[in-house]
Design a protein around this ligand. Structure first.
Ligand SMILES: Nc1ncnc2c1ncn2[C@@H]1O[C@H](COP(=O)(O)OP(=O)(O)OP(=O)(O)O)[C@@H](O)[C@H]1O
Length: 261
């Protein structure tokens, strides 16, 4: 232990892609702490560095300057403590749903009976308990994404990194999966970093909304979502929700004058 109380910390993180005349600053001097068990959503215009920031936490992208810490330790590559879920489900088409969910456990050397039992537990959790023997091509988009979520949960990461996970889904399925994510979070309190373009989604699921600005990608504003859990339909329709939603909207699209430089 290093004594760092935060689950995830960005310390003056910058990321430059390319070199010389082709150098492009995707993130500049990002400072951000995310607490253990906190859900943060990350919003901002296209190209503001949302995925770059998440990929740095995932260990898929190296920082150019500064430091990214998880549990107080500098990130040096991907690890089973961080589960990543992308918009594209990236399921293996030749494996069944159960085998897809159990895949990471197989890589960890878990025996077949145990990993199948664990896969079935997580499939049940995301409402796919009857689909373990099905192949991905027979599932709807929402079901495929639930399978990808079960796969990420199965390796029991303490951090979930979700990059527009519901972006390709219809509005009703999105809302259901948001509720399912919060329901699961209420039981395990994992730390979640969730990128979205949907301002309502960003407010509904989060403790805090992180707004990034583009060119260069940088922190624009952090907005506390001071709404109780569990989040419900009533909360979604409340004036308090609308007020926070409007605040986020202004920060993203109109550069609220209260924003950080
Ligand atoms: N591997 C790379 N090489 C060069 N430039 C890159 C690379 N990855 C990202 N970039 C650039 O860095 C900037 C930030 O990209 P990033 O994908 O993090 O943005 P984003 O906020 O997630 O965008 P979007 O909302 O469109 O997904 C973009 O201008 C992008 O073109």
């Amino acid at each position: 232990m290093t004594g760092d109380p935060h689950k995830i910390s960005f310390r003056n993180v910058s990321k430059v892609f390319g070199e010389g005349a082709n150098a492009f600053t995707a993130l500049k001097n990002l400072n951000l702490d995310i607490a253990d068990g906190e859900i943060v959503t990350v919003v901002g215009p296209s190209g503001c560095g949302k995925s770059t920031a998440m990929n740095i936490v995932a260990g898929l992208t190296e920082v150019s300057a500064g430091e990214c810490l998880v549990d107080g330790h500098p990130v040096s590559g991907p690890g089973p403590d961080r589960g990543v879920i992308f918009q594209q489900y990236a399921l293996f088409p030749w494996l069944t749903v159960r085998e897809n969910v159990a895949f990471g456990l197989m890589l960890q050397g878990m025996d077949k009976q145990e990993r199948n039992a664990r896969a079935d537990h997580y499939l049940e959790l995301v409402g796919l308990g009857d689909f373990g023997d099905a192949y991905p091509k027979t599932l709807s988009g929402g079901m495929k994404q639930r399978c990808a979520i079960a796969r990420a949960y199965a390796v029991n990461p303490s951090v979930l990194l979700m990059d527009e996970p519901f972006g390709a889904l219809d509005a009703l399925t999105r809302v259901r999966l948001q509720d399912q994510l919060l329901d699961t979070w209420s039981k395990d309190r994992r730390t979640v970093m969730f990128i979205t373009h949907d301002v309502d989604e960003a407010v509904y699921i989060a403790h805090r909304v992180i707004v990034l600005a583009a060119r260069p990608g940088r922190l624009q504003q952090i907005i506390d979502v001071d709404l109780p859990f569990p989040r419900t339909e009533d909360i979604r329709l409340s004036p308090e929700f609308t007020a926070i939603r409007n605040q986020v909207w202004r920060a993203v699209y109109h550069r609220d004058e209260t924003a950080a430089a």
